[in-house]
Design a protein around this ligand. Sequence first.
Ligand code: NAD
Length: 497
Amino acid sequence: MTKNLVPHWISGARDNGTSDRTAPVFDPALGTETKRVVLANQADIEKAISTADAAFPEWRDTSIARRQAILFNFRELLNAKKGELAEILTSEHGKVLSDALGEISRGQEVVEFACGIPHLVKGSFTENASTGVDVYSIHQPLGVVGVISPFNFPAMVPMWFFPIAIAAGNTVVLKPSEKDPSAAIWLGELWKEAGLPDGVFTVLNGDKESVDGLLTDPRVHAISFVGSTPIAQYVYETGAKNGKRVQALGGAKNHMLVLPDADLDLVADSAINAGFGSAGERCMAISVVVAVEPVADALIEKITARMRGLVIGDGRRSCDMGPLVTEQHRDKVASYIDIAIADGADVVVDGRGIEVDGDPNGFWLGPTLIDKVPTTSKVYTEEIFGPVLSIVRVKTFAEGVALINNGAFGNGTAIFTNDGGAARRFQNEVQVGMIGINVPIPVPVAYYSFGGWKASLFGDSKAHGMYGVNFYTQEKTMTSRWLDPSHGGINLGFPQN
Ligand code: NAD
């Protein structure tokens, strides 16, 4: 048996499955393959879905008080042990430890939200809707739900979904990214320790074959997907064709509009944090600064001064930014620097060949700043998903907003200004799902919902908050009458009063 094999998590236990296919898992800061992850075959997919399906009836009928108690246990354990999980994230994704802890905290928020499940799934009751007739509603779980997650948040993105789905009485099959799958297994073990019955939370490791299995199996009732736009669109269409509820969150290209009255020190700090945090591998990263002239030159000076102080290296050391997730992804991101040069942009800081505090074989690419990026260039139109920040110069506020609105994506955006009227007009006119006002990464807290517009979200449900509760439950409405002595006999019309 292969050493360091990342298995599935089925029926509350590690399970190596029966497939002979595996994929490499790297430590990106070392540039070496440290593990291999199993890639499920049809028998493994069947086992994962059927155990989740078998666990559903009992979990659905488990009291809300008991489900809530397990959620509280999970929250306490997660909070106590998050250092362990952060180390796993850093060793497979590459993000620095402090950022890994931040990711876990944002996921933990959703667990805390889901601890309020008794209130969240309450139905409603109307007495005497008609004479002697009561109408009331209840919210019931769906059954098995699938969660398919991307590499960039191996803990937080699954936690956007499974705490609410499980609290509401569903059973979950999570298909993590094959690039960093160990966090999901760790979370499975934590659920077991928290007292979750076997089969309620399953991890199915795999690739397209597993995704297609979840999308087509009639026992799976809903799919929550997060990943790149082309796959999100495929997942949405295939899942919907197979009669499932689907929420499929896709890619992004987030702009930061800087007005001339903005505090440029705040803007420069924010551009650095939001452009290069997690090596730019965040769907809410800022990848384009839209500078309303005459601010661009002064802003670039402030940004470059800060870039000189950034320490790039192994996330286990005291660094600001780690490596990219794989060599292939690093090379793809770096190729945009050549495209920028060919398209006539001005590469102000080139992140290739930087010095790092880490192993020379790591998948490194330093923070890169590109000015005067033509909006026809692929550097502007495509999602790069790395530490490459573009500057586009515009003459007016209106030109900046039009540019943002012409983009294919609508995930997040930010405006930096001290003019409340301009900020208000921006929030009103911009065609984007999540807006920051002097805040660069406007990820909503757990009791609001996360999701973009346009090519950043397929389906009509955002993640977590009340959207999440509604997505994982279906409403049943009852109309009831208990006969009493005043019962009025036969009446074939609708009741009038
Ligand atoms: P990805 O689309 O390559 O993979 C996402 C998931 O889909 C993985 O589990 C993967 O195994 C699976 N998958 C890959 N190819 C598939 C195929 N052909 N058929 C079926 N399934 C397939 O995305 P990624 O590279 O892991 O993650 C980065 C992307 O995710 C970026 O585009 C980023 O913007 C996006 N993202 C979006 C959000 C959001 O909330 N909108 C959040 C995080 C990441």
